[in-house]
Write a protein that binds this ligand. Structure first.
Ligand code: SF4
Length: 183
């Protein structure tokens, strides 16, 4: 399946109750294949209205961090663990994450990213099965998974910004193609 076909499926998905309350699904956006994939938690109000990922206040902070890390937003694929907004921005339920997870796995397969940034506990837990990001942050796992803060957490505590930028820089450096040495 190609990415456009997958995203069309997501946009009409009814596999969990979030289909009843969403305005539009938010599959994600970015190049395919993609060097870097960023995964957040779930769409919020502005994402639910626009159908685009990370366009609210947390999205603006992500944009700022990407620029400071030397990464162009258009060069990365941005999505979230679940594709439809939970009412009142509540945490996604286990059954919703399970219902939506095949879409995330299919995106990873199709996009084939060199580095996958898991932003926040929900993304880290869903993909790595870990319980918290504190001990995992800023390291690369299984050759391509990097755990970092969710931009909304950085928005609440700007002291985390430098570490967030540093993690994004590490993702960028790790996602570079390996150059064979010239002889
Ligand atoms: S959150 Fe995922 S599983 Fe639930 S309706 Fe939306 S796309 Fe389907």
């Amino acid at each position: 399946m190609d990415i456009a076909t997958l995203h069309k499926k997501i946009c009409v998905c009814q596999l969990c109750d979030l289909a009843l309350s969403r305005r539009v699904a938010v599959p994600g956006e970015g190049p395919c294949p993609s060097r870097i994939m960023l995964i957040g938690e779930a769409p919020g109000k502005y994402e639910d209205e626009s159908g685009r990922p990370f366009v609210g206040r947390a999205g603006k902070l992500l944009d700022e961090a990407l620029i400071k890390a030397g990464i162009k937003r258009n060069d990365v694929f941005i999505t979230s663990v679940i594709k439809c907004r939970p009412p009142e921005n509540r945490k996604p339920k286990r059954c919703e994450i399970d219902a939506c997870n095949p879409y995330l796995m299919a995106q990873m397969e199709i996009l084939s990213p060199n580095v996958v940034c898991l932003m926040g506990n929900v993304a880290a837990q869903t993909v790595l099965g870990s319980q918290g990001i504190a001990a995992l942050r800023g390291k690369i796992f299984s050759g391509r998974f990097l755990v970092t803060f969710h931009p909304a957490a950085v928005l609440r505590n700007r002291n985390l910004m430098d570490a967030f930028i540093s993690d994004l820089k590490m993702a960028n450096a790790s996602a570079l193609p390996v150059l064979s040495s010239a002889h």
